[in-house]
Design a protein around this ligand. Structure first.
Ligand code: HEC
Length: 160
C-alpha cells in the first residue's frame, strides 16, 4: 500500500477506495505505480483505467475534450500527463487553477476537492489519462480485462 495522496489527506477516508485499486496495481506491476498506474494485456485494460475513462467522460471531457484531446479553452491532458507528476495532477484537480491570458482573458480549472464523484476515483482518472499519454490506450471506450484476470477489479470489489 502506498502513502496516502494529498487528496486523501484533504478529504479523509473517502479516497481509500481508489487507493485500494492502486495497491493491487502496485503489486501486479512490482514497479512504481505513479509511473505506470495501469495493467494492459492484449489491448484490454484493468478496471481502474476503464472506470477512469467513464469518470473522465462524466466530468472532465466537457472542457478537456473527448479522449483527453483538448479543446479551444482547456489543455489536451493526453499531452499534459506526459510530464506531469501524480502529485501535481492531484493538486490541480483538488484545488483547481487559474491563469490570465493575453487581452485580460481568464482560464479557469475548477476545484474538484469537494466533489466525491471525482475524488473517490481520482486514481482511476489518473490511470486512464496516464495510459492515454503513454500511447497505451487508443481513443474511444477501452475493452476491459476479464474480471477473473484483473487484480485491480478484485481488490476494488473487496474494498466495497
Ligand atoms: C470548466 C472546464 C473544466 C473542467 C470541467 C475540467 N477542467 Fe481541467 N482545466 C481547465 C482549464 C481551463 C485548465 C487550464 C488552467 C490554466 O490555464 O491554468 C485546466 C487544467 C487542468 C490540468 C493541468 C493541465 C496542464 O497542462 O497543466 C489538469 C491536470 C486538469 N485540468 C485535469 C482535469 C480533470 C481530471 C478534470 C475532471 C475531473 C478537469 N480537469 C475538468 C478546465 C476544466
Amino acid at each position: 500500500m502506498r502513502l496516502m495522496s494529498k487528496a486523501a489527506v484533504l478529504i479523509g477516508g473517502a479516497v481509500m477506495l481508489s487507493l485500494g485499486a492502486a495497491g493491487a496495481q502496485e503489486e501486479a506491476e512490482g514497479d512504481n505505480w505513479e509511473d505506470k498506474p495501469y495493467i494492459i494485456e492484449d489491448g484490454k485494460v484493468d478496471y481502474g483505467v476503464y472506470n477512469g475513462f467513464r469518470r473522465y467522460h462524466n466530468t472532465c471531457h466537457t472542457c478537456h475534450g473527448p479522449d483527453a484531446m483538448g479543446s479551444t479553452f482547456a489543455p489536451a491532458l493526453v499531452e499534459s500527463l506526459k510530464d506531469m507528476s501524480y502529485a501535481d495532477f492531484t493538486e490541480t484537480v483538488v484545488n483547481g487553477r487559474q491563469s490570465s491570458g493575453a487581452g485580460g482573458s481568464t482560464s479557469v480549472m475548477p476545484s474538484f476537492g469537494e466533489n466525491p464523484d471525482v475524488m473517490l476515483y481520482i486514481d482511476h482518472i489518473y490511470a486512464y489519462l496516464k495510459a492515454r499519454a503513454d500511447g497505451e490506450v487508443a481513443r474511444g471506450r477501452p475493452e476491459r480485462l476479464d474480471p477473473e484476470n484483473d487484480p485491480v477489479f478484485q481488490e476494488y470489489q473487496e474494498s466495497q
